[in-house]
Write a protein that binds this ligand. Structure first.
Ligand code: SF4
Ligand code: SF4
Length: 419
């Protein structure tokens, strides 16, 4: 049982202090504007202690809990996505060198975070400086941890990597938290992504977390504590530096019971055995008209999703024309402009955009990356102003496909790329 210890409630602050003393910027759940979002954690006081949440389609509320739980809520309003993949960042800055221009372009004095500069005659380009401080993710949920692993594969695991993502992600220390209180919108159990984090990334086999906390008996002040499981040598090193206590099999079972109970409370699900083929066969389904009549194409679902990674670039310049910047900002497949190419967008209708989004999440993502693009966090259900529910839409498409395959039904229509 060496790799399972007990951390007292008072030890949480020591853990945060230890991580900060090792140079980590600790990021975790904080309460801001009546929502739990990701922010910097300087001590245990920054955590939303005693705060719970209520989530339903198109509804999110925080509420006061009657106990002192530190992690007594489900998927926060914001995942840890912006920590490594911010909503907006500067890719490069350009500056006109007037002296060099008048000297027929001899400027060559730019700098970059990699120690070199790209200089055209009379125009200096500086790459944006990245904050090199390593991050410790504290309290990251199983669904969001799996989303980080998906981003690792998509943004850092292919031939062309996202250098900014890799720089931010490098050296991350993960203190995961096993989920004890799912929201009504959660369905991680059916996706195989929670409520307890997998010990290893299913894609790479690398450990999922350095430390895993399960909060136990929050309602009983005398017994309230964390079961702390060690996932890596780095985690062991940190655990040794703070006060912990021996754990026994009862403690381990108590921790496992927390997540087993959380899984049993989930009422939504997606059938991962059939959803890939269901979506693939549904390109011409009449369901798309139905969902398009409800969808506002507002992009909320993509912005809250921990796995969505589509971006665009925007160029801005000052009024003198001497300085310009290229920004990368999150974009969405629900934006009409997202597919604009020489003369018009390829997905003009809302039904085409919704179909693209859900089909990518639950079907073509698997063809592209060998995994599904949904981790069952339920945020797209909570934050959709129309209350559109990805589990309901997937189930409806599955039923319609099953009906069409029944002996009295028609043939499955051929897939089409455009509407
Ligand atoms: S598609 Fe919805 S439920 Fe799935 S990961 Fe994205 S926000 Fe979460
Ligand atoms: S499904 Fe909901 S959240 Fe997504 S674009 Fe449509 S209305 Fe907005």
């Amino acid at each position: 049982m060496d790799d399972i210890r007990i951390l007292a409630v008072s030890g949480l602050d020591a853990l945060i202090a230890e991580l900060r003393s090792r140079g980590y910027r600790v990021m975790g759940p904080t309460l801001r504007d009546d929502a739990i979002v990701t922010g910097e954690i300087r001590s245990a006081f920054d955590l939303p202690r005693g705060i719970g949440d209520e989530q339903e389609p198109a509804r999110y509320r925080v509420r006061q809990r009657e106990d002192g739980a530190f992690f007594g809520f489900a998927a926060p309003a914001q995942s840890s996505k912006p920590v490594f993949f911010p909503a907006e960042e500067v890719l490069w800055r350009g500056r006109r060198d007037r002296a060099a221009t008048s000297n027929h372009g001899t400027s060559n004095h730019g700098t970059s975070n990699h120690g070199s500069a790209n200089s055209d005659p009379g125009f200096t380009v500086e790459r944006d400086h990245l904050d090199a401080q390593p991050t410790a993710l504290l309290g990251v949920r199983s669904c969001d941890l799996r989303a980080v692993q998906i981003h690792d594969a998509v943004l850092a695991g292919r031939t062309h990597i996202d250098a900014h993502y890799v720089a931010r992600r490098e050296g991350t220390f993960v203190v995961a938290v096993a989920c004890g209180v799912p929201a009504a919108t959660c369905f991680c159990a059916s996706m195989g992504t929670g409520p307890r984090p997998a010990d290893a990334d299913p894609g790479t086999g690398e450990p999922s977390y350095d430390l895993l906390l399960t909060e136990v008996a929050a309602s009983n002040q005398d017994r309230h504590h964390f079961v702390l499981e060690i996932g890596t040598d780095a985690g062991r090193d940190v655990a040794r530096a703070i006060e912990t206590f021996p754990a026994d099999f009862d403690d381990q079972h108590e921790a496992l019971a927390v997540t087993a109970h959380a899984a049993s409370l989930q009422t939504r699900s997606i059938d991962t055995a059939t959803v890939h083929d269901d979506l693939r066969a549904s390109a011409e389904s009449s369901r798309w008209e139905d969902v398009a009549s409800r969808c506002l194409s507002c992009t909320n679902c993509t912005l809250v999703c921990p796995t969505c990674f589509c971006t665009t670039v925007e160029d801005v310049s000052d009024l003198t024309g001497d300085a310009a910047e290229r920004h990368r900002v999150w974009d969405s497949c629900f934006s009409e402009d997202f597919t604009y190419i020489h003369g018009g967008p390829t997905r003009e209708s809302v039904k085409a955009r919704y179909r693209q989004w859900i089909t990518h999440k639950l079907s073509s993502w698997e063809d592209q990356f060998g995994m599904l693009g949904c981790v069952g966090c339920g945020r797209c259900i909570t934050w959709c102003p129309a209350g559109i529910d990805i589990t309901e839409e997937a189930a409806a498409l599955g039923r319609m496909r099953a009906d069409s395959l029944a002996p009295t039904g028609g043939a499955v229509p051929a897939a089409s790329r455009r509407v």
